[in-house]
Design a protein around this ligand. Structure first.
Ligand SMILES: [Fe+2]
Ligand SMILES: [Fe+2]
Length: 246
């Protein structure tokens, strides 16, 4: 299966070294949150989960190439983009989206080596598009790109900000992230009539910032707004926000 071959290639020493190295600028020099192996693993798992829930609900971007691509190639695009979306941190956090494109361009030629030239270029274009659109401002034109962008925002639990928090940072970013206990993704058809339900458990109301500001901002413009419902429940003692639905 081509997807398995691509996943193997994404686990190469070369790509692993890039992902470990990209965290130096982010986590060591800028005291920013983790953008290394842990973040990439979470984003990739989430993105593939979201893709599966959307499988029968959307027309994937890979279909537009008329090369006989199906769901497997949509998975390939999402796995590639999720793995390499933040590799540009290796250059600098600023404008890292653009740096990621330059680095991924080369790496993807090897990763997609099982495909013929026309297929490889098409899949690479889809992956680069998703990488370019993973931050707000560059809006996705495909569900695959939307999935990567939303999955990036779903890495928001306590562990995400542990590094800056332990170093003493007490900004709204770290404090609100500390309040997010768990994030799970489910089929939302029965409860809300949408394919994706994101459930978020908070230990206090500060978590609302992560959801209302960061996640909502990323969902907006992703192209998946009509397919995703977000429900956050405050399981802590303060009753400022008990339940939040977006
Ligand atoms: Fe990023
Ligand atoms: Fe990211």
């Amino acid at each position: 299966m081509s997807f398995d071959a691509v996943m193997d290639a994404l686990g190469s020493d070369e790509i692993t070294a890039h992902i470990e190295t990209q965290n130096v600028n982010s986590a060591v020099r800028l005291d920013y949150n983790d953008h290394g192996t842990q973040h990439i693993g979470i984003v990739r798992d989430r993105a593939l989960e979201l893709l599966e829930l959307l499988r029968d609900e959307v027309e994937f971007g890979v279909y537009d190439h008329e090369l006989g691509f199906g769901y497997e190639e949509a998975r390939v695009v999402v796995a590639c983009a999720a793995t390499l979306h933040d590799v540009g941190h290796l250059v600098h956090r600023e404008k890292h989206t653009n740096h990621s494109l330059i680095l991924a361009d080369d790496l993807l030629d090897d990763v997609l080596g099982v495909y013929d030239t026309r297929e490889r270029v098409a899949l690479k274009s889809e992956a680069l598009h998703a990488i370019y659109c993973h931050h707000s401002g560059n809006d996705p034109l495909t569900p695959e790109a939307g999935v990567v962008r939303v999955a990036d925002a779903l890495d928001m639990t306590q562990g995400r900000s542990r590094l800056p928090y332990n170093k003493g940072e007490r900004s709204i970013d770290t404090v609100s992230s500390q309040a997010i206990e768990d994030v799970t993704v489910h089929d939302g058809e029965d409860e809300f009539g949408v394919p994706v339900l994101v459930e978020i458990g908070m230990t206090n109301s500060a978590g609302v910032y992560q959801i209302d500001s960061l996640l909502k901002k990323k969902l907006h413009g992703s192209g998946l707004e009509d397919y995703v419902r977000i429900v956050a429940v405050n399981e802590g003692n303060d009753d400022i926000v008990g339940r939040l639905e977006l």
